[in-house]
Design a protein around this ligand. Sequence first.
Ligand code: NAD
Ligand code: UD1
Length: 334
Amino acid sequence: MNVLVTGGAGFIGTHTCVELLKSNHSILIIDNFENSHPEAVKRVEAITGKKVNFRQGDVRDIAFIKKQITDFKCEAVMHFAGLKAVGESCQNPLKYYDYNVAGTLSLLQAMQSCNVKKLVFSSSATVYGAPKRLPIVEDTELHTTNPYGRSKLIVEDILRDLYTSDPSWHIAILRYFNPVGAHKSGLIGEDPIGIPNNLMPIVAQVASNRREKLSIWGNDYPTKDGTGIRDYIHIVDLAIGHLKALESLNVAQCNAYNLGTGNGYSVLEVIKMFEHVSNQKIEYEIASRRDGDVAECYADPLYAMQQLDWKAERGLREMCEDMWNWQIKNPTGY
Ligand code: NAD
Ligand code: UD1
């Protein structure tokens, strides 16, 4: 299939492009490099041995997107382009609604006018807010606590309204849990600009002495060791989930799927495993809880297993090993 990949130079996009190319799909990456690097596209080519079609541009530019869809004879879109930092979204909500909501609207308008109606959309487990029941199933009530989360939920609602108005759309909404790790080659991985917000990139930077220590945001949660529990998922498993979601779009639908493993690990368990695979001491301090954090969050992955024939295969050890391999091969990123 000819697949247009917005934000294809980013963390999840690059790994998904590798899987798409491995499965002989043809891809066109569109990225404005706001949070990525042209080198990432070259690395996708190096891993796959295939030339990658690429255009630098912005998803909010509807004329540009229409032209790319037409010229490329696009059949489906994977939409990764967007912003993802919760703290920044609280400081600059208009930017988040512009990129994540208005950007997606422009893309949908371009797709509609070109009669391309297959879409895989990057949502997030953040749409579940503080879940009342664990593991989290897809029909849990949706509730968000910050502008980033609301931008994802607004887009989900737009997609459901679109499908209700025109059931010939084929839409898969993927709610990611906590993507971590890197490609086995160590050529592509997460390259956060500035100080990372998420746990695993900070742990990797402390292990490699790029950062002095980690602050653990609270050890008084009602969990097995008092630290927060999350469902970490290997980025390659996540990428394969996208391929399966694309394959499922031979039938018209607008379905949301959890992409998680179903296993929760605490912050201390992640640190311990990372120390083990890297053979480095991870210095940490206990700090107060971070605003907006929940004690525990992990997926019920059953629906994705049944509908997409997909299951995460890689465990915490492999996530940490691959993250460490990427970190030591690329100590300052791309
Ligand atoms: P990323 O920042 O690495 O990738 C996003 C890419 O989109 C970047 O290459 C960036 O340059 C590009 N981009 C941003 N705005 C753009 C625009 N207006 N036009 C064109 N390109 C643009 O992030 P990621 O981790 O790969 O996340 C991909 C998607 O998944 C995002 O929508 C994010 O909100 C969502 N998501 C990520 C996580 C996570 O933990 N990484 C979790 C849940 C959901
Ligand atoms: C965060 C975002 C969420 C987003 C997700 C994936 C917040 C409140 N939530 O979720 O919206 O979808 O990233 O991008 O920002 N931790 C520390 N010290 C750190 C960093 C993290 O102790 O320096 C802890 C956290 O308290 C949490 C766990 O590690 O218990 C994982 O944190 P993180 O990687 O930021 O992911 P989420 O909290 O799930």
